[in-house]
Ligand binder design. Structure first.
Ligand code: SF4
Length: 259
């Protein structure tokens, strides 16, 4: 029996937007990434804006209601790759923590089968849900975008006080976490913002490693295809020197940082 049925007698379902196989940028090793729909933020640079589209809008890739068993079946197909590469499964979105019951069941089933897990979160969720999920995941991938609350409000639709508080509490709990900073040219990659982010991470009781995520140019074609307003305008990707300069800001604070 799968745990969902043991606990409730009923299949637990989640709204799954996509399942990506052989992902190599969503945590250690080779991974399967399960994308769940919905997000409390509306970042101007969202790489998965279709996760938040109203029902019925044609994305050519609609969300599907799937049971824990159905998703586990997909995950288990690649068990050998996880084992050999030190990989596992990442739950992303959107914001996977918006479906805590489904996420909890998925994580429990993965743990029972010896599959490593990661949860990629915006941090804009209630602490009660984080406390419920924290002991079940092997790794948090925690997004930090902008340290200035007003800029955060302007570019994501929400201020960052809960996000900052939750990260501090996750670190206090001793859970394994990697911080992920998307480098959006002219928005999050300013010296002022990166220095403030590095100082904040340096000030945590334990300093998690930081991953800097370069801007993905596929962004604009996706917005055109989905007919969503592109508020960022036309951006160009970072040069290797620019990425090295961003990395150096975190190294100055003696942080472990990867691009
Ligand atoms: S937090 Fe992530 S998924 Fe949510 S809107 Fe921002 S970029 Fe998109």
């Amino acid at each position: 029996l799968y745990l969902e049925e043991f606990h409730t007698g009923q299949p637990v379902t989640g709204q799954v937007f996509d399942i990506k196989k052989f992902a190599i940028h969503d945590g250690p090793g080779i991974r399967t990434t399960v994308f769940l729909t919905g997000c409390p933020l509306a970042c101007w640079w969202c790489h998965n804006p279709e996760c938040n589209l109203p029902n019925g809008q044609d994305t050519k890739q609609s969300a599907k209601k799937m049971t824990v068993r159905q998703v586990m079946t997909e995950i288990e197909k690649d068990f050998l790759f996880y084992d050999e590469s030190g990989g596992g499964v990442t739950f992303s979105g959107g914001e996977p923590m918006l479906q805590p019951e489904f996420l909890e069941q998925m994580l429990e089933n993965c743990r029972n089968r010896g599959i490593q897990t990661a949860v990629d979160t915006s941090g804009q969720v209630e602490w009660d849900d984080i406390e419920r999920i924290g002991p079940l995941t092997d790794l948090w991938l925690y997004d930090l975008k902008l340290i200035d609350p007003n800029q955060h409000l302007e570019y994501t639709g929400i201020t960052n006080s809960l996000i900052v508080d939750n990260l501090t509490r996750i670190v206090d709990n001793g859970w394994n976490v990697r911080i992920r900073v998307p480098l959006i040219p002219g928005y999050t990659d300013t010296v002022e913002n990166l220095e403030a982010l590095a100082a904040f991470v340096h000030g945590l009781p334990v300093q998690p490693p930081v991953d800097l995520l370069p801007f993905n140019l596929f962004y604009s074609s996706k917005y055109e295809r989905l007919k969503i307003e592109n508020k960022l305008g036309k951006l160009t990707s970072h040069t290797p020197d620019q990425l090295a300069a961003c990395k150096a800001i975190f190294e100055t604070q003696s942080l472990e940082v990867k691009v």
